[in-house]
Design a protein around this ligand. Structure first.
Ligand SMILES: Nc1nc2c(ncn2[C@@H]2O[C@H](COP(=O)(O)OP(=O)(O)OP(=O)(O)O)[C@@H](O)[C@H]2O)c(=O)[nH]1
Ligand SMILES: [Mg+2]
Length: 247
């Protein structure tokens, strides 16, 4: 599968520059596993950027120890952390070709990032890991997540005509496409904002089946809590509709 590992050039005549952004809040237990597996990948990887939103555990220390670039974002929120990571990338003298996002709780399998990069190599602008098309470990996707996914993806299909199966966190996107999206959401509307804006801009989007595990240690901030679930659910539906009315 991993064409990227076999000397991909993304049609640039040189190996692509791939940077990874990981939003992390109190993930000292799982993050070292994520970083270890990322480092073990055969595909070219420049920066692993861990954005810490005021963790009270040793998230920043374990990330630094693993050689990641560690950024601090005082404004809480999943999207705020991703935006902070993007700001860092935008200030590099050499921008990345591809940006990969994944979670810091080891639910996503870093080995499968290669499949997303293969899809980019094959021509996609945005490759989204679908946990629904792939194999989700029992208990890794809560019933409310599955229902939320169905609601959100049905709404996107009705409003935008695009079939998605998931709003999964693991994804790869060409950097120019990412810049064109002008991402804004500072919270859990981040993934869906990317997906609806991608449709509106006519990006080449593909879903790639990926696996998904239960988090390795640490506490859930989103789907495992009532507040997180309701907040994320509301934000996702609001984001779909807001961008629809902006058409
Ligand atoms: N920087 C930052 N990261 C966050 C924030 N909230 C969650 N995260 C990270 O975003 C990812 C997703 O959060 P999770 O708590 O795993 O949400 P979830 O996957 O719905 O819940 P679980 O099923 O328990 O894993 C993890 O890497 C978190 O550390 C936040 O406010 N700021
Ligand atoms: Mg998680």
């Amino acid at each position: 599968m991993a064409n990227v590992a076999r000397g991909s050039t993304l049609a640039m005549g040189r190996p692509p520059l791939v940077d990874v952004i990981i939003p992390a809040l109190d993930e000292e237990q799982a993050l070292p596993l994520v970083l270890r597996d990322l480092r073990a990948q055969p595909w070219p990887l420049r920066h692993i950027v861990v954005v810490d939103n005021g963790s009270t555990d040793r998230t920043a220390e374990v990330a630094e120890a693993a050689g990641a670039v560690v950024l601090k974002e005082p404004q809480r929120g999943y999207g705020a952390a991703c935006l902070r990571g993007l700001r860092f990338l935008s200030q590099l003298s050499l921008p990345p070709d591809v940006v990969v996002f994944l979670d810091g709780d080891y639910s996503d399998d870093p080995a499968e990032v290669a499949w997303l990069l293969d899809a980019i190599e094959a021509g996609a602008d945005l490759a989204i890991g679908s946990r629904v098309l792939g194999r989700a470990e029992p208990g890794s996707l809560t019933p409310q997540q599955r229902i939320g996914n169905i609601l959100a993806t049905t709404l996107i299909r009705l409003v935008y005509g695009q079939r998605y199966t998931d709003l999964g966190p693991m994804r790869a996107i060409r950097y120019p496409a990412l810049c064109a999206l002008a991402m804004r959401d500072t919270g859990y509307g981040w993934t869906v904002e990317m997906q609806v804006k991608a449709v509106r801009l006519g990006l080449r989007v593909v879903e790639v089946p990926v696996s998904y595990r239960r988090r390795r240690g640490g506490a859930s901030k989103v789907s495992g809590t009532l507040r997180g679930t309701l907040g994320a659910g509301y934000k996702i539906l609001y984001t779909v509709l807001r961008h629809a009315t902006a058409r």
